[in-house]
Design a protein around this ligand. Structure first.
Ligand code: GLU
Length: 267
């Protein structure tokens, strides 16, 4: 019996040591950096989070079902660089509120969705270099008495959850009432139905709305800087460098200017 107990104890010790070793190795694999580029190549497809309701940047045409825009063309060019074929891509809809979570969950390889590079967001994601410069502005019905961000006292301002626009306008116009919506389609519908006096976000996005309904126009000059970056999972510096090289090539080859001219009308 004694012998049996000793045997049992040494067997137990071996199991405990093996488990501890196992934990050690899984601990180190847990801290391993995610290799997005490898995953994309293995899968044979780039999965990108894009907007579906942001005309000119990422917009799903209700008639054709096609998703098109500046961000979409940038995403396709990235798929071409990684996989040699721009059609090896899957577009997944994100909103300003859902995009970081979707990246962190591993649902998407990158966010290319009118996303401003900010210090706060850098705590959660890696950003590429700037690929587009926007600035926050206001969309109003033609003839509105709102001419600039100075005129928002007591006004109802519509904005989208998870966007930089909400905090910016609260800071610049503390006397305004800010109403937050899930996405840009809902916010624009709310503006058109008279739920607010103005809609605020990047001028680039507001131009897309004004192009869809000529009763609306931008008011005043942009009052913030909104440099757009491609967001990549936090810590994947290898893929971030790869994406920066891609952006540089896109600009140097003239392809970037072509995409920009296609979608963005220079004022
Ligand atoms: N660029 C701003 C942001 O990243 C506003 C546009 C958006 O909501 O995506 O929040």
């Amino acid at each position: 019996m004694k012998k049996q107990a000793r045997w049992f104890l040494s067997a137990l010790l071996i199991v405990v040591l093996a488990l501890a070793a196992g934990c050690g190795s899984s601990g180190s694999s847990g801290s391993e950096k995610k290799n997005t580029l490898e995953a994309i190549k293995d899968r044979g497809k780039l999965v990108v989070g894009v907007k579906y309701d942001t005309n000119l940047f990422g917009y799903k045409d209700p008639a054709s079902g096609k998703v098109e825009g500046f961000d979409i063309d940038v995403a396709k060019a990235l798929a071409k660089k990684i996989l040699g074929d721009e059609s090896k891509i899957e577009l997944k809809e994100v909103t300003s509120k859902t995009r970081v979570q979707m990246l962190q969950n591993g649902d998407i390889d990158a966010i290319i969705a009118t996303m401003t590079i900010t210090e706060d967001r850098k705590k959660e994601v890696n950003f590429s270099d700037v690929y587009f410069e926007a600035g926050q502005s206001l969309l109003v019905k033609k003839g509105s008495d709102i001419k600039s961000v100075e005129d928002l006292k007591g006004k109802k301002v519509l904005a989208v959850k998870g966007s930089t626009s909400v905090a910016n306008v609260k800071e610049k116009a503390p006397d305004a009432e800010v109403l937050e919506f899930e996405n840009y389609a809902e916010a624009f519908t709310a503006l058109k139905s008279g739920q607010g006096d103005t809609l605020t976000t990047d001028n680039s996005i507001l131009y897309g709305m004004a192009a869809q309904d000529s009763n609306y126009e931008l008011a005043g000059e942009p009052f913030t800087d909104e440099p757009y970056g491609i967001a990549i999972v936090k810590g994947d510096d290898e893929f971030t460098t790869y994406v920066n090289d891609f952006l540089k090539e896109l600009k140097d080859s003239g392809e970037y200017d072509k995409i920009k001219q296609k979608w963005i009308k220079e004022e």
